[in-house]
Design a protein around this ligand. Structure first.
Ligand SMILES: [Zn+2]
Length: 506
């Protein structure tokens, strides 16, 4: 049936519709998740990304080969313009706690979903060190002149007032800032490293009555859970379309759109995926819907498979499993950072011990295609390595197989305390080889404080480049016959072994 409306009234009707839609958008101003927008953009522009997404979806019903708990090192980047946006450490811990509950706790799904609800067995640890091995609290704080950040990359880019993430192959980066229009968004796996990560609006971040939220409906930290779901490749449960579009998973009911609030009887679509065996109601309790935070409580088995598949041998996020982001530094660890010039493919290095054995090396870096103006992936970038070297003498040898050196490049070796052991520019121009001798005497890089109250003085601990607030948990400090106990709270259990020995208890 076509409604006949005189044209003058049609304009009026359209205006009303526009206002209604504007009001609705206002109500939902902070409710939407922005992931799908950037996802569509990447699906359109990046064929490799598209191919990987399609392939992964096909494998969603296959269980991951990864056994046991998967641990993901997390770093939180707070980018603030005012005090409210500079969320506290405690608020950050509350978000981490929610993630650990939702991705690892006992399933509390409603009876009708018991069959399909599953435990992802994914754990999140606050990074104890950065990619260069510097001790860290797993939290960075950056003041910005930008008063809000548009979706996509601006928060991850210094030139637009943001901050670069830590290496995406080793860390899950969570940025907290003022995004305004959405509560959060995330990149799917296989996005470029430089934009990889999760962004959460500071007014929908964490959980707790003491914090300020945009809406009480989104004050239990589930924006974080939802976005981490995307980061591990989950789509919205309704598939971002009407009944003709599904999220590609068999055990989630096909829904015509997102659900808000918590209507446990919202009808699902009639055309369900082949093999779907659940009730014909929306799964509003799923973390990948838009329901209220306190309504959400489950991932399905297919969702869990899809997320855990990222950590299979060929999985997109498998490198996370070998991340040292939450490890405690070994006493004699050293970090080697090599910064390339434009031609990384010419460069090699070898580390020789005192008997001239090669104990570490790397080379054959991927070239660019200069005919097509495509730079090598590592051109002008820095690659980092971790070595565990006993005391002794060593020689670091650099080679430039093209014979023109790389004076624009540089190298640096640092101790676990962030002190430079050696550093310098790359091979001089027109030369093909350079040897740099150095010795490791770890005692030299240890903290030589005096025993007594000094040990507890954060200022002394800071001398190691370690923010004092990193030291939490019960520590026993021993030096000679002295044993002192220091209580600092849980979570950031970093140990630095110095002249005295530090042991975490409890
Ligand atoms: Zn979303």
């Amino acid at each position: 049936m076509t409604l006949k409306i005189p044209s003058i009234y049609r304009v009026f009707v359209i205006l009303i519709l526009i206002s209604i839609s504007a009001i609705t958008q206002n109500i939902n101003a902070q409710e939407a998740c922005g992931t799908h927008e950037s996802y569509l953009e990447m699906m359109k522009n990046d064929p490799v990304f598209r191919k990987k997404q399609e392939l992964s979806k096909q494998q969603a019903s296959a269980r991951s080969n990864v056994q046991g708990i998967v641990t993901i090192p997390v770093v939180f980047h707070v980018v603030y313009n005012n005090a409210d946006e500079n969320v506290s450490d405690e608020q950050i811990y509350s978000q981490l706690e929610v993630l650990n509950e939702d991705f690892g706790n006992v399933i509390t799904s409603p009876t009708m979903w018991h069959e399909v609800a599953a435990n992802p067995e994914i754990e999140f640890c606050l990074a104890t060190r950065d990619a260069l091995g510097n001790a860290s609290c797993g939290i960075t704080r950056t003041y910005t002149d930008s008063t809000e950040f548009v979706i996509q990359t601006s928060i991850k880019d210094e030139s637009t007032g943001g901050i670069s993430g830590w290496p995406a192959r080793q860390y899950m980066n969570i940025f907290i800032c003022d995004i305004r229009n959405v509560r959060g968004y995330a990149t799917f796996p296989d996005a470029e490293d430089s934009i990889d990560g999760i962004v959460i609006d500071y007014l929908s971040f964490g959980r707790g009555p003491e914090y300020v939220f945009d809406s009480p409906n989104y004050s239990s930290g589930r924006t974080g859970t939802h976005e981490v779901g995307h980061w591990l490749r989950l789509d919205h449960i309704w598939g971002d379309g009407n009944c003709d579009v599904d999220d590609g998973l068999t055990d989630t009911p096909n829904a015509s759109g997102p659900n808000y609030g918590c209507n446990e009887n919202a009808p699902a679509c009639n055309n369900q995926s082949p093999g779907y065996a659940g009730p014909l109601i929306c799964m509003v309790q799923n973390y990948m819907d838009y329901s209220d935070d306190d309504c959400m409580n489950l991932f399905t088995q297919d969702q869990v498979n899809l997320m855990r598949n990222n950590f299979d041998e060929q999985g997109s996020r498998v490198s996370i499993l070998s991340s040292k982001g939450c490890d405690l530094p070994a006493e004699n660890e050293l970090y080697f950072a090599l910064t390339f010039d434009e031609f990384p493919e010419d460069i090699r290095w070898e580390l020789h011990d005192a008997s001239n054995n090669i104990i570490a090396s790397d080379g054959n870096f991927e070239p660019g295609n200069y005919d097509l103006n495509i730079p090598a992936p590592l051109a002008n970038k820095t690659k980092t390595y971790t070595w565990d070297l006993p005391d002794g003498n060593y020689t670091l040898k650099f080679f430039d197989d093209f014979g023109d050196g790389f004076p624009d490049g540089s190298y640096e070796i640092k101790s676990i305390f962030g002190e430079t052991v050696i550093s310098g520019a790359g091979i001089p121009f027109d030369q093909s080889e350079m040897s740099v001798p150095f010795s490791v005497n770890n005692a030299k890089y240890r903290f030589l404080g005096t025993v007594g109250n000094d040990w507890y003085d954060p200022a002394n601990w800071n001398r190691k480049g370690v923010p004092s607030k990193c030291y939490q948990g019960d520590l026993i400090i021993e030096k000679e016959c002295m044993v002192e106990k220091l209580t600092i709270d849980q979570q950031r259990n970093l140990i630095i072994r110095n002249e005295a020995r530090f042991t975490i208890t409890g």
